[in-house]
Ligand binder design. Structure first.
Ligand SMILES: [Zn+2]
Ligand SMILES: [Zn+2]
Ligand SMILES: [Zn+2]
Length: 391
C-alpha cells in the first residue's frame, strides 16, 4: 500500500480513514488516481477557505461531517481542480465506505461497492460493523489488484468475466461456506468477527487466518479462471501445482479425514494448499498479494535495514513491487523484511505477523504467480475482456 497524506495539513493518513485526525477535514479515496484526497463541502467552500488550517488535534473523529452530509464536495488536490465530487452512497448513508465519485459519474455507488451484490441483513444490529470490516478488507484487495492493473469488472457489467461478492450470514439450518464459484465470491460474515475467526483458526490449527487473507485467497480462484484455465499458461501451471482436474470433492474430503501428507511444508505454503491444486494456487496467489502489499508499504515508507550484526541481511528497496521485474529481488527483500517484522511483533508481545517459511518449490510457485501478474497486468485477458485498465 502507498502512503497517503492530508491535502490540507500534510499529515499522514490511512487508506481506511474518513477524517484527518489532525485537521478534521473529510477524506475520501479516489480509485481513478489511487489517492486519498481531502474534501470540503462545495457550497461552503469560501467559508472553509477562511477557516484556520489547523483544528485542534483532539478533534473527535468524524466531527467535521457528523452534523450534515453535504451532497457535493470540492477537493483542494490540484488533480481535482474545477471538479465536484460525491461520496459513495455507502459512504454518505451507510458509513461503510470511504470512496468518492466524480459528480459526473452516473453511479451512486463507488467502483468497490458496485462489486458487492449481497449484504447481510441490517435488521441484525451487529451486522453493520461486520459489513464495514468486510468492505474495508475488500477495498484493500482491490487497491492491490488495480495497482497490478488487474481490475475485475462488476458482474452486472460483464456476466461471463465479471466479479461479485456476496456477504452471507449463517442461518439456523444453513451454513454459509466461504468460497468462489463462477465469478461470485461468498464470504461468511462471521469471518469479520475476530472472536469467531480466532476460534476457527485454533480449530483448524492454522497459524494465520485474517479477513484480508480470505479475500486474497478467494480472488485467487477468480483469477485462476481468468488467467490460467483454458490458456497457454495451463501446462506451466500443472508442472508446478499438479493436475487440477483431480476430483476436488474427494481431495478435500481426504484432506479433512487424513490431514496433510508428512513433509507437506517442503512443497506447499500452507497445510490447506496441499489439499488440491486449485487451493494450492489460491493460497500461493494470496501469499503473493501479502508480499506485494507489504513490500509496497515498506517501499513507500522508505523502510531500510542496516543491521548491527554483519551476517544479517541489509535491505534497501529500490522499486515498488509493481515496477520490479525480478522475482529474486522481491524474494530477497521479503526474507529480510519478514525477519524484522516478526522480531518487532515478538517485542510487543504479539504472535509472528508472518508465520511462514518458504521452501524452494513454494518460491518457484510464487515466481510463476509473479510472471502471470506481470504478463497479464495492463493487457487484455485471455478472452480479451477480463482485464482492463483503471476506468
Ligand atoms: Zn489534515
Ligand atoms: Zn463505496
Ligand atoms: Zn479456496
Amino acid at each position: 500500500m502507498k502512503t497517503f497524506h492530508c491535502d490540507n495539513c500534510s499529515k499522514q493518513v490511512f487508506f481506511e480513514n474518513t477524517v484527518c485526525n489532525h485537521c478534521g477535514w473529510m477524506l475520501g479515496y479516489q480509485p481513478e488516481h489511487q489517492i486519498m484526497s481531502s474534501f470540503t463541502p462545495a457550497d461552503q467552500a469560501e467559508v472553509q477557505a477562511d477557516a484556520p488550517v489547523d483544528a485542534p488535534a483532539d478533534l473527535p473523529a468524524d466531527a467535521a461531517i457528523e452534523s450534515s452530509t453535504p451532497a457535493r464536495w470540492r477537493s483542494v488536490n490540484p488533480l481535482n481542480a474545477g471538479k465536484l465530487f460525491r461520496q459513495c452512497r455507502n459512504y454518505a448513508q451507510e458509513k461503510v465506505c470511504n470512496w468518492m465519485l466524480d459528480d459526473q459519474d452516473a453511479h451512486a455507488l463507488c467502483a468497490s461497492c458496485r462489486l458487492t451484490a449481497v449484504i447481510p441483513s441490517l435488521d441484525d444490529a451487529g451486522n453493520r460493523i461486520l459489513w464495514q470490516r468486510l468492505e474495508v478488507a475488500k477495498r484493500r484487495l482491490l487497491h492491490s489488484l488495480w495497482t497490478m492493473r488487474l481490475q475485475p469488472p462488476p458482474k452486472p457489467d460483464d456476466a461471463d468475466n465479471g466479479l461479485s461478492f456476496e456477504f452471507l450470514q449463517d442461518m439456523p439450518h444453513e451454513r454459509v461456506m466461504t468460497g468462489h464459484a463462477d465469478g461470485v465470491i461468498t464470504i461468511n460474515i462471521a469471518e469479520a468477527d475476530p472472536a469467531y475467526r480466532e476460534k476457527m483458526r485454533e480449530q483448524m490449527a492454522e497459524p494465520y487466518r485474517t479477513l484480508l487473507g480470505h479475500f486474497r485467497h478467494e480472488s485467487g480462484h477468480y483469477y485462476f479462471d481468468r488467467l490460467i484455465a483454458g490458456t497457454a499458461r495451463l501446462d506451466a501451471f500443472r508442472a508446478l501445482f499438479g493436475d487440477e482436474t483431480a476430483d476436488y470433492g474427494q481431495s478435500l474430503q481426504r484432506h479433512y479425514d487424513n490431514g496433510p501428507a508428512p513433509g507437506w511444508e517442503q512443497n506447499f505454503v500452507s497445510v490447506y494448499a496441499s489439499s488440491h491444486p486449485w487451493e494450492d494456487w489460491a493460497e500461493t496467489w494470496a501469499h503473493y498479494l501479502h508480499m506485494f502489499d507489504t513490500l509496497e508499504t515498506a517501499y513507500s515508507c522508505g523502510v531500510q535495514l542496516r543491521p548491527q550484526h554483519r551476517g544479517e541481511q541489509q535491505l534497501v528497496i529500490d522499486a515498488s513491487p509493481v515496477e520490479e521485474d525480478s522475482f529474486d529481488a522481491l524474494a530477497r527483500e521479503w526474507f529480510a523484511l519478514t525477519y524484522v517484522l516478526n522480531s518487532l511483533n515478538r517485542s510487543i508481545g504479539m504472535p509472528d505477523s508472518y508465520p511462514f517459511t518458504l521452501s524452494t518449490p513454494v518460491l518457484e510457485k510464487l515466481r510463476f504467480v509473479h510472471a502471470v501478474v506481470r504478463e497479464a497486468g495492463g493487457e487484455p485477458g485471455a478472452d480479451g475482456s477480463a482485464i482492463s485498465g483503471i476506468p
